[in-house]
Design a protein around this ligand. Structure first.
Ligand code: HEM
Length: 423
């Protein structure tokens, strides 16, 4: 039985501008990352739009080292390419932009709700949601997989964890889209590089959606203070044993982070997986014939999609890396997508292997304190959606052109028209 197939027929151009959001509307330029990784693995890219330029970390081993070395590479300067003034940094800070030990304190406030055990206690509920969503989509011969299935589950599930109502799910999806899609005119009237967003510089993602989320977060906080429960919002607001509780601004920023991080990333990962299966029916057949492949198949979807393409650090001191002189204050960008396709770590990296052994990919980061908080939740949602699709669908066929998100940060297929042939 064959478990492998090329997952990308077209690796894109070899000389793409990796900074430009427009580049990614044609898909991730894997050939460019490949070229940079093999010829100049710690690569300097100047920025033309007033940015200071940045170093790209492209090899798997280097990505691990930079993630772990929080003394040399701080997160406090910001985690995307965007440069922020000091007042913006302070106003928009979440635990993503903190280093230990401060980071540890914030992370501890929420980590309990996101452990493997904790999210697995939701398995039946998520499966039921997945079945509902899938059955509803399959009532139509053709549908947009993103809208009908992939977008529905993550936010509804996050809503359960946060304790927000199902009816509010649509609002949260639209706001989450506007945050992570803050460079895509389909998701916001204020794309960051195309319009003047100065008036929003003090709120997360320079997005007006953050202002709406803040209001919503405050209403939720008021309700929980009056009537606490066991959800994540109540945990965040509860008095702590090791310090002050979160301030309103800290709570609002954190809530916004969860809405942004828990929404599109899982959606686009599922979509990338489905897109691969649609383009490679032999993989779908093999997976259907052997459902025990599911755990490794899910990890391979995560590796190959690497939806969060990069997280940035800032050099905290002058240092040398692979012969390059990095100066304190330089932006250092870990490209998880490039690390996940490093041939020195992954044999035949552009082959999709349903049974890939030792798949210690970096889709969620790895080795560092910022390892994705939602990793177990995302994994379970992806697994359950595919388990339920495998039972019901013989094959997927394309029903129209797909579209990519305009973003140098998130690799997303935002539209995927499909025809599902039922088993
Ligand atoms: C497949 C889906 C997802 C992917 C690919 C993903 C990816 C990532 C990556 C790459 C990081 C940074 C790791 C680092 O810098 O070392 C991260 C951090 C984070 N993710 Fe996710 N994520 C996903 C789903 C989620 C979900 C569902 C949630 C929440 C419900 C979430 C919440 C977070 C948070 C809060 C952080 C910051 C953690 C910290 O700074 O300590 N993510 N994620």
């Amino acid at each position: 039985m064959t478990y492998v197939d090329d997952y990308l027929a077209d690796l894109g151009p070899g000389d793409a501008d990796i900074t430009s959001h427009d580049t990614y509307t044609a898909g991730v330029p894997h050939a460019t990352f490949e070229h940079l990784r093999s010829t100049d693995p710690v690569h300097w890219t100047p920025e033309s739009d007033g940015g200071s330029g940045f170093w790209s970390i492209l090899r798997y081993d280097d990505a691990l080292d930079v993630s772990r070395d929080v003394e040399s590479f701080t997160s406090t300067g910001g985690i995307r390419l965007e440069e922020m003034a000091e007042d913006e940094k302070l106003a928009r800070r979440t635990m993503m932009e903190m280093d230990p030990p401060e980071h540890t304190r914030y992370r501890r406030l929420v980590s309990k709700g996101f452990t493997r055990r904790s999210v697995e206690s939701y398995e039946n509920e998520i499966r039921q949601l997945a079945v509902e969503v899938i059955e509803e989509a399959l009532e139509h011969d053709e549908f947009d997989f993103v809208h009908a299935i992939a977008e529905q589950l993550p936010m509804r599930m996050l809503g359960r964890l946060l304790g927000t109502s199902d009816e509010d799910g649509h609002k949260l999806v639209a706001w989450g889209d506007a945050l992570l899609g803050n460079s895509d005119p389909d998701f916001t009237d204020f794309p960051v590089d195309l319009t003047d967003t100065e008036q929003f510089r003090m709120v997360p993602f320079r997005s007006p959606a953050s202002i709406q989320i803040f209001q919503y977060a405050q209403e939720q906080a008021d309700q929980r203070r009056a009537c606490p429960s066991s959800d994540v919002i109540s945990q965040l607001l509860a008095p702590t044993t090791d310090g002050e509780p979160l301030t309103d601004l800290e709570f609002n920023n954190f809530f916004t982070l969860l809405v942004a991080a828990g929404n599109d990333t899982t959606r686009y990962t599922m979509t990338h997986g489905l897109w691969t299966m649609m383009n490679h029916p032999s993989l779908w057949e093999a997976w259907k014939a052997d459902p025990e492949l599911t755990p490794t198949a899910v990890e391979e979807i995560l590796r190959t999609s690497a939806v969060t393409m990069h997280f940035r650090r800032t050099a905290a001191k002058d240092l040398e890396l692979r012969g390059k002189q990095i100066e304190a204050g330089d932006k250092v960008v870990i490209w998880f997508n490039a690390a996940n396709h490093d041939p020195e770590r992954f044999e035949d990296p552009y082959r999709f292997d349903l049974a890939r052994p030792r798949n210690d990919h970096m889709a969620f980061g790895r080795n560092g304190p910022h390892l994705c908080l939602g990793a177990w939740l995302a994994r379970m949602e992806i697994r359950l959606v595919f388990e339920e699709l495998l039972k019901r669908v013989e094959r997927f066929e394309s029903a129209g052109p797909h579209e990519y998100l305009r973003s140098n940060f998130i690799a997303g297929i935002k539209k995927l028209p499909v025809r599902a042939v039922r088993s």
